[in-house]
Design a protein around this ligand. Structure first.
Ligand code: GLN
Length: 477
């Protein structure tokens, strides 16, 4: 058996029964990484030595921790004590955090083993992982195509069996869209469900950390570990964490009402994506769920609203990279000159574009016209969802208007790149949980995913519907 093909729940079982050793599992993944990396470039930093040491230590324990066997790759914007954390940027190259993000402490305490830090668009800005200082990641299904972004390294690593599970972060789609492009599961939790302490901020009122996995059960397993209140994050919610695994067992969807937002199937969507998602929806309704069209009238403003707000927050968050406190420093004639040189050299084009856009919309003369207006539109988009959830338990939409595009296709046209997020940014604007479930392939053999969206803090229903759909699709195959 090729151990790297295991899901996390399978690996944990085998280790519990002492049929395999953690060390064997780690070695199997490391060999696979060495084999795939020259093609895929999913990792920025590999932590093979510490992973092997930790595996041996766990193998030696008589009482194993609950998640012994969880090998995990971490997006490089999540702080890991003693391991370089770059955010895909030159400006943070060589930055070694002195502490772990809360999610990392929780994972370590459960016995998870980190095998590396994954590639990403610089500061989580982009949709293709082409904006990385460390070069693009390639899609394992077709090396000429992007893996999606910004958690492209994590999604590609899971799809290519270069890890067992991974963490990504999602500000406007960065877990779900790469998961859909790479044919894996990606879950963006409700805002406040998972601590952001130690996640390098892109846009603080949007960012969430979440799992990227081979199946829905693994996503539930990982959610159980990383969720929960954290006093170190003032935006984390004091709401109990349900047992996400047990809700997977209730397979019945008979009482579930699902809304299909018509605006997400309008012009611009690739016909193969549309038919794949609609077929999956009919599979769900054949199995007893009620599926009906619903209208979300403010959807058309989502992209403009999102990019104004996200750039504004980013322009403020990124002010801290000044050559004094972290990473890169280019000396200059005086302090201001040092700032200027460091930021000119350290940031890539997309990051500079967002800092300029955000500074502009926050500036005195334009604040009301852009930032404040966008905040009001954000509320209207949230109200569209509130209204839909008065009637429906879940909504289903596509994740991306097209399957993975080619490397180089959109990189010189930022607006085209922004439009790749048209179906995902609304969810972050409203702070909702959503998941990508693979639902088919294009005729060129590229994966297609669909998005399930639920009420705030209702990850149980999200996982339940996703798990049922995964099973229906498997049965159909
Ligand atoms: N593509 C979106 C952006 O560039 C989403 C980014 C993300 O979710 N981190 O802002």
């Amino acid at each position: 058996m090729k151990l790297y093909t295991l899901t996390c729940h399978e690996a944990i079982e085998l280790i519990k029964k002492a049929e395999i050793k953690v060390e064997e599992l780690v070695l199997s993944c490391l060999t696979k990484i060495e084999e795939e990396e020259p093609k895929i470039n999913a990792y920025i930093t590999k932590t093979f030595d510490s992973a092997l040491d930790e595996a041996k230590r766990i193998d030696g324990l008589s009482e194993k921790p609950p998640l012994a066997g969880m090998l995990i790759s971490i997006k490089d914007n999540i702080c890991t004590k003693g391991i370089q954390t770059t955010c895909g940027s030159k400006i943070l190259t060589g930055f070694i955090p002195p502490y772990d993000a809360t999610v990392i402490s929780k994972l370590k305490a459960s016995g998870a083993i980190i095998i590396g830090k994954t590639n990403m668009d610089e500061f989580a800005m982009g949709s293709s992982t082409e904006n990385s200082f460390f070069g693009p990641t390639r899609n394992p299904w077709n090396l000429e195509h992007v893996p999606g972004g910004t958690s492209g390294g994590s999604a590609a690593a899971v799809a290519a069996n270069e890890t067992i599970v991974a963490l990504g972060s999602d500000t406007g789609g960065s877990i779900r869209q790469p998961a859909s492009f790479c044919g894996v599961v990606g879950l963006k939790p409700t805002y406040g469900r998972v601590s952001r302490f130690g996640l390098i901020a892109h846009a603080s009122s949007f960012d969430q950390i979440g799992p990227i996995t081979k199946d829905v059960t693994d996503a539930a397993l990982l959610m159980k570990v990383i969720s929960g209140y954290d006093p170190a994050d003032s935006t984390s919610a004091e709401i109990g964490v349900p047992d996400y695994i047990s809700c997977l067992l209730e397979e019945e969807l008979k009482d579930i009402k699902i809304g299909i937002p018509v605006e997400y199937f309008a012009e611009g969507i690739d016909p193969e994506v549309k038919s794949s998602v609609l077929q999956a929806i009919s599979l769900i309704s054949e199995n007893g769920a009620t599926c009906e069209n619903v209208s979300m009238p403010h959807t058309e403003y989502a992209i403009s609203c999102y990019y104004i707000l996200v750039s504004s927050e980013a322009s403020s968050n990124l002010a801290r990279y000044d050559g004094v406190q972290y990473g890169l420093r280019i000396d200059g004639e005086n302090l201001i000159d040092m700032y200027r040189r460091t930021r000119t050299e350290g940031f890539g084009d997309e990051v500079k574009r967002r800092i300029m856009l955000g500074t502009y919309s926050l500036s005195a003369g334009y604040y009301d016209a852009y930032y404040l207006k966008a905040q009001k539109v954000r509320r209207l988009i949230k109200q569209d969802f509130d209204k839909a959830f008065e009637k429906y338990d879940a909504l289903i939409t596509p994740v991306s208007p097209s399957p993975a595009f080619k490397i180089g296709d959109k990189i010189s046209d930022p607006l085209q790149m922004y439009l790749a997020d048209i179906y995902t940014v609304t969810i972050n604007l409203a702070g909702l949980p959503a998941i990508n479930v693979p639902c088919g392939f294009s005729k060129d053999g590229l994966p297609i995913g669909l998005q399930i969206i639920c009420k705030p803090f209702d990850e149980q229903t999200l996982l339940k519907v996703a798990f049922a759909l995964e099973k229906y699709l498997e049965d159909r195959r």
